[in-house]
Write a protein that binds this ligand. Structure first.
Ligand code: AR6
Length: 169
């Protein structure tokens, strides 16, 4: 694996990394949850930059600068609204992590922090989402051309424990 994966609990908007990932919706024009927190902390210039992105589909990722955030970039990815029994959901959630890391590779980003995409308002079960996040990031880092430090940001203790369990296993 070319890089490291660590777990950190707290507010992603405070992290001093090259890029933080935003769990956005397809409009890429802001919302609640971590999306709202990122827009508040980055300031109004972020919304202006997002307006130029022309939205994104589920699983896609697009980037902007971080403006007033400590991080240089924000990588906006669109999670999925969880549907029980859909075989698409695992693939779509994995695509969020893969496409965000693809941008990191192309932009020469050396440190990136992810929130637990889709596990809030979009309702993806935390256990399964943590497993997919860890598996997908590990697989992607096997082929990564440069070293990258990945931080999995947990906003609550349950998510923190799930990440730790999956990283050990
Ligand atoms: N730092 C880190 N993690 C956070 C923060 C924060 N400041 N705030 C919330 N989380 P959610 P989704 C966690 O709902 O499920 C928005 O309206 C939260 O505890 O933010 O992908 C968008 O515009 C949870 O674990 O995103 C979309 O419409 C995780 O971040 C929709 O919500 C994701 O929760 C996306 O829903």
């Amino acid at each position: 694996m070319n890089g490291t994966i660590q777990v950190w609990r707290g507010d992603i908007t405070t992290l001093n990394v090259d890029a933080i990932v935003n769990a956005a919706n397809s409009s890429l024009l802001g919302g609640g949850g971590v999306d709202g927190a990122i827009h508040r902390a980055a300031g109004p210039e972020l919304l202006e930059a997002c307006k130029k992105l022309d939205g994104a589909k589920t699983g896609e990722a697009k980037w902007t600068k971080g403006f007033n955030l400590p991080s240089k970039y924000v990588i906006h990815t669109v999670g999925l609204v969880y549907k029980k029994g859909s075989s698409e959901v695992q693939r779509q959630l994995a695509a969020c992590y893969e496409n965000a890391l693809e941008i990191a590779k192309n932009q020469g980003i050396q440190s990136i922090a992810f929130p637990a995409i889709s596990t809030g308002i979009y309702g993806y079960p935390a256990e399964e989402a943590a497993e997919i996040a860890v598996k997908t990031i590990k697989r992607k880092l096997e082929q990564f051309p440069i070293r990258i430090e990945v931080t999995l940001v947990a906003f609550d203790e349950k998510t923190e424990q799930l990440y730790k369990k999956n990283l050990e296993g």
